[in-house]
Design a protein. Structure first.
Length: 554
């Protein structure tokens, strides 16, 4: 119901070309007022309607997936807190209230990642929290720099081009929250959370918060900041796409797929295609949430294993879940007339009209092809191939909560692309390309699907050849980003142990202890004057008063 109301309001605001500003003054003093402002425009309303749709589907799905959990009430409260934090981030008009939702997302995401209390979850939660704290610090510095404008409300900035320092901090915060390079390691690690959390967090809430923030400020960022954002997004897309093709963990493959699409959105924002990036943000949220929910059902019915090599043969026992999974995979690949076709392919084609860099065009073409590669490989190895499960395992579709929760998302995965294109754009995008450029996306998708089939058979027949390739480990480890931001950073902290001798020697005498001793010596005279000797105290006070009067006359 909330999704329907917010979506209808967003369409109405878009058609009328108006926005709603709600200003609540909750306190006032003689020097000014303190107010809380909410800003409802078509972007925020339509975006939050998708958040409500996916959240409701995830809550219904959790009733079946987490049915046997003892702490199901705590889990539901955390999910509600996550959605509430997203509300403050979406409808806030100033950076201070944005920080309220921003920190709320960071805190609740940490609590959800460490929900299963084990060593793996604790490590994943720590790298998630520490990576996002960099973005929180950038938002705090942005608030301090925005004092120069006399207001924290960015509505008063729209006629200005903000300086590169403020723009750089905002882009840095967005890069950490959306896991762009070099902060990409926490996104696959966060798969330690329950699968319903992954469906919510990695589709329409946490990881999209950075894209939404850049979207809000895209018209005020300098060209150099936007160019840097496009380069970072392109590298993130390439890295995630290659790593997903070499990963065997089902949830991590989908997480890397999310990271690839986020990089594509950031590239589009950096190249000035903000409306198309927002369009793809909405369509991607629907089929990616559905893909995570189907993966959770597959994991649930495969003995709780996440290794795709231990699955297979599920198309007969889980027909509905496998059909939904294939629909979401086709939408992800940009299959004609699916949701991704209307956003992803149009974004690539409009970009080809303006891009002059052959390197960027090659990277985008590789991303389109590689997304089809890991989708086909995942579908074949996970659900279509011969069963690799235990002999006495059984699967069924008896859980009605997990079954009905996918219905709305299946429909949106099919029709959201066409319906949103009719709503968001007054007229279709004019695309004028040569035959070779026009066929780039289609040919890349077909070749990527063929490559996925070949990679599936190489898993068995070419295993020895694959092990001999030295770059396989490099690509599987996300260009060693987990080592640089996780294990490597923790090992480098051991170097500070060697500073212990310095701290106990000259560092202590010239630092804290030496300063304390010098202050104690200089304060002994003041202690004598103030220790119940009223005459000395009054004499000193009168002497200082006379000096002040004399200086005032001078």
């Amino acid at each position: 119901m909330s999704s329907l109301i917010m979506g209808s309001e967003g369409v109405l605001l878009l058609q009328e070309g108006v926005s709603i500003l709600v200003d609540w003054e909750f306190s006032w003093t003689s020097s000014g007022t303190y107010s809380f402002t909410l800003y409802f425009d078509w972007i925020s309303c339509i975006f939050y309607s998708f958040v409500c749709l996916i959240s409701s589907s995830v809550m219904l799905y959790s009733g079946g997936y987490m049915a046997g959990d003892e702490n199901i009430d705590r889990f539901l409260v955390l999910v509600f807190s996550f959605v509430a934090s997203m509300f403050f981030l979406t409808f806030s008009l100033n950076l201070v209230s944005i920080l309220l939702g921003w920190d709320g997302l960071g805190l609740t995401s940490y609590l959800l990642v460490v929900y299963y209390q084990n060593e793996k979850s604790s490590a994943a939660g720590m790298i998630t929290a520490l990576s996002n704290r960099i973005g929180d610090a950038a938002i705090l510095l942005s608030i301090a720099l925005s004092v120069e404008y006399g207001s924290w409300s960015f509505m008063s900035w729209e006629s200005k081009c903000i300086p590169w320092e403020l723009g750089g901090l905002l882009v840095l915060a967005a890069a950490t929250k959306s896991a762009q390079m070099p902060f990409s390691a926490w996104l696959p690690a966060a798969m330690a959370a329950p699968t319903p959390v992954s469906a919510l967090v990695h589709s329409s809430t946490l990881v999209t918060a950075g894209v939404y923030l850049v979207l809000r400020f895209s018209d005020m960022l300098t060209s150099s900041i936007l160019s840097s954002l496009a380069v970072v997004g392109g590298l993130t897309t390439l890295m995630a796409s290659v790593s997903a093709n070499l990963e065997t963990d089902l949830k991590k493959v989908i997480a890397l797929s999310t990271l690839s699409q986020l990089g594509l959105m950031m590239t589009s924002l950096g190249l000035g295609m903000s409306c198309l990036a927002f369009f793809h943000l909405l369509t991607h949220a629907t089929f990616k949430a559905l893909l995570f929910m189907c993966a959770g059902k597959v994991i649930h019915e495969s003995g709780s294993t996440q290794d795709s090599r231990s699955m297979g043969g599920l198309s007969w026992s889980l027909p509905y879940s496998v059909a939904c999974m294939n629909i979401s995979n086709l939408a992800l690949c940009g299959f004609p007339f699916m949701a991704g076709f209307y956003s992803k392919d149009v974004m690539v084609e409009v970009g080809l009209m303006t891009w002059s860099s052959k390197i960027l065009i090659t990277m985008v073409g590789l991303n389109v092809g590689l997304s089809a590669t890991y989708s086909v490989r995942l579908a074949i190895s996970g659900v279509i191939s011969v069963s690799n499960q235990l002999p006495l395992s059984s699967n069924n579709e008896e859980d009605k909560n997990m079954l009905w929760s996918k219905c709305g998302l299946v429909l949106m995965s099919v029709v959201s692309g066409a319906s949103l294109s009719w709503v968001l754009f007054n007229s279709p995008e004019m695309v004028c390309l040569s035959v070779h450029s026009k066929l780039l996306a289609l040919v890349s998708t077909v070749m990527g699907g063929v490559a996925g089939v070949i990679m599936y058979y190489l898993k068995f027949k070419g295993a020895g050849m694959m092990k001999k390739l030295m770059l396989v480990t490099y690509f599987m480890q996300m260009w060693y980003l987990p080592f640089l931001s996780g294990q490597g950073a923790s090992k480098s902290m051991n170097l500070f142990k060697h500073l212990k001798l310095v701290d106990l020697g000259w560092g202590e005498m010239l630092g804290g202890q030496g300063l304390n001793n010098s202050l104690m010596v200089s304060s002994k005279g003041l202690v004598i004057m103030q220790s119940n000797k009223i005459k000395l105290f009054l004499t000193g006070f009168g002497f200082v008063l006379l000096m002040c009067v004399g200086f005032s006359y001078l």
